[in-house]
Design a protein around this ligand. Structure first.
Ligand SMILES: [Fe+2]
Length: 134
């Protein structure tokens, strides 16, 4: 499993949202490093969970910025995109609750799910409003 490198093809032609995507990738890469054992094993769980929480917070912040932007430009796929955000937010909330309840089990599968979602989100879903905005 690799970290994600920003590519120009990720751009949605909006500096604020591009910067947020870059920041999200940065947080993901940091979390990835922490969860994939670049720190002593005893600390991995706690730090990995903290990294996940940070990522979840950032994802939510980013979604609301993106929704505001899509609304502002009158993007016709707004409702559908919002639904996709909502579905992923529910998944993130589930992880958050498990962390808080102490029932969360960290594994590479979860990191993979988030990585795939992030790449899919930026490369496919976000490109729809990016194309519309041009
Ligand atoms: Fe996005």
């Amino acid at each position: 499993m690799a970290t994600i490198e920003w590519m120009d093809s990720f751009s949605v032609h909006n500096k604020t949202l591009d910067d947020q995507h870059k920041e999200w990738i940065k947080i993901f890469n940091r979390a990835h490093g922490q969860m994939m054992g670049e720190i002593p094993e005893d600390d991995t769980l706690e730090i990995g969970e903290a990294a996940l929480i940070e990522m979840i917070k950032y994802a939510k912040f980013h979604f609301s910025s993106e929704e505001d932007y899509m609304k502002k430009i009158g993007f016709p796929g707004y409702e559908e995109h919002k639904r996709i955000h909502k579905a992923f937010t529910l998944k993130l909330d589930e992880i958050s609750s498990q962390i808080q309840e102490g029932t969360f089990v960290m594994n590479s599968e979860i990191v993979k799910v988030i990585e795939n979602w992030l790449i899919d989100h930026v490369l496919k879903e976000d490109q729809k409003y990016a194309t519309y905005s041009r």
